[in-house]
Design a protein around this ligand. Structure first.
Ligand SMILES: Cc1cc2nc3c(=O)[nH]c(=O)nc-3n(C[C@H](O)[C@H](O)[C@H](O)COP(=O)(O)OP(=O)(O)OC[C@H]3O[C@@H](n4cnc5c(N)ncnc54)[C@H](O)[C@@H]3O)c2cc1C
Length: 372
């Protein structure tokens, strides 16, 4: 069920933290913002008690959507901060033991540590099952060697949930999930410069030792854990862009009401008002899809992968259209540097690529349709 109180809390927290969010250094993790999001109670609300949070039950996809949609409307920077903290920690919450959840995810929930999710490699993006970063047995642990790219929060993050190959040539069946510390010997990183409201970077691992107590779930079952995490997150990517699109639509409604041309407000031209009517309708449809997918995740629906993919696909493509229409309704003013819509136009692009491109979402949906 959608918790409206939680949405209001998230918006209030974003407003409270606006100055701290704006003061962040480009390309670096804004630790003050993350601490603030924890102190405002928002981050702990998204983690179960056993993982340092305040939730009575387990992780909820619906609550994650509520928070990300509300933050997306107010502040993409705060939204991204919550998204990556939770994305980095949820494989531990979902796949780790109680001891691992409390030890590794607890500090993330409290805003004391910064998390990241490290799956993508130079030779494995959409085809994540082809990842090559090696994990070789060494005493009571593994030695990890290889490269990760496009990792949100890298290289500043304190802990990485990192997916590595424990069995050569076994495809998706030879991957294991590990928790890797920033301080680990042999780990280095460099920032990358992308159109993004959060820092992102590359990681090099040169024989990094990871002990057995940092293996998440079963050895060689890490790919399933990564996909389970993405099933949980994909509706929430949709929710976050819907928040952004809602902000764009509100701005367009305001502008269409006040801007005059040919002696009248431009909302009186049907070419303008009907574009807004159309996008408002699509937005509502996308929202219904997002929350129904999140409910499917929380309810353990067997077609959750398909429904999460549908939600992410439709919401991210729709949000891009809505923001584009909002710019058209504004005219040139929306393209001025620093304008809300100029900002949203840049921010809405990456979500059609990360956590699975639109093309691979269609592939997931198609595969499920033809599954016997
Ligand atoms: C802002 C941002 C943040 C990110 N954060 C993270 C992160 O925190 N952690 C992480 O692990 N990764 C992260 N990524 C990486 C992201 O997940 C990958 O970029 C994404 O999975 C796509 O991989 P790729 O860029 O290598 O594209 P490629 O896999 O090279 O794809 C290129 C094109 O081929 C298409 N294509 C490929 N295979 C198929 C197919 N079977 N059917 C149809 N089309 C196909 C794709 O859809 C795409 O259009 C981030 C990316 C961005 C942009």
């Amino acid at each position: 069920m959608i918790d409206r109180h939680l949405a209001a809390e998230a918006k209030a927290a974003a407003r409270q933290l606006a100055a701290i969010a704006a003061a962040g250094e480009e390309g670096r993790v804004n630790r003050r913002l993350i601490r603030g999001l924890a102190e405002e109670g928002l981050l702990p609300r998204l983690f179960p008690r056993r993982a340092g949070g305040t939730r009575e039950g387990e992780t909820s996809a619906v609550d994650l959507c509520v928070v990300r949609e509300a933050l997306g409307q107010e502040s993409t920077v705060a939204e991204n901060a919550v998204a990556i903290q939770t994305l980095g920690a949820y494989p531990i919450v979902v796949g780790g033991t109680d001891e691992q959840a409390s030890r590794f995810a607890g500090p993330v929930a409290r805003g004391e540590a910064v998390a990241a999710f490290a799956l993508t490699e130079p030779g494995a993006g959409t085809d994540a099952g082809a990842l090559a970063l090696r994990a070789e047995r060494d005493g009571k642990g593994y030695r990890l060697s290889g490269t990760k790219v496009f990792i949100s929060n890298a290289p500043d993050a304190d802990i990485y949930t990192l997916f590595a190959r424990t069995m050569p040539e076994a495809g998706t069946k030879g991957i294991t999930a590990f928790v890797v510390d920033r301080e680990a010997k042999g780990l280095s990183g460099t920032p990358m410069h992308l159109i993004s409201a959060h820092p992102i970077g590359r990681l090099e691992l040169d024989g990094v030792f990871v002990s057995d107590d940092r293996v998440l779930g079963e050895v060689n079952h890490g790919f399933r854990l990564a996909m389970r995490t993405l099933d949980l997150f994909r509706p929430s990517v949709g929710a976050s862009v819907l928040g952004m699109a809602r902000a764009a639509l509100d701005a367009a409604i305001g502008h269409a009401s006040s801007r005059r041309a040919f002696g009248r407000p431009i909302k009186e031209f049907q070419a303008v008002s009907h574009q807004l009517a159309e996008t408002a309708t699509r937005l509502e449809a996308a929202r219904a899809l997002v929350y129904s997918a999140a409910e499917a995740y929380d309810g353990g629906d067997e077609h959750v992968a398909r429904r999460s993919a549908m939600a992410k696909l439709f919401a991210t493509e729709t949000a891009q259209q809505v923001i584009d229409v909002a710019i058209q309704v504004h005219g040139a003013v929306a393209l001025e540097r620093g304008h809300l819509l100029e900002h949203l136009y840049r921010e809405v692009r990456a979500p059609r690529i990360y956590e699975g491109t639109s093309e691979i979402q269609r592939e997931i949906i198609a595969r499920d349709l033809f599954r016997r």
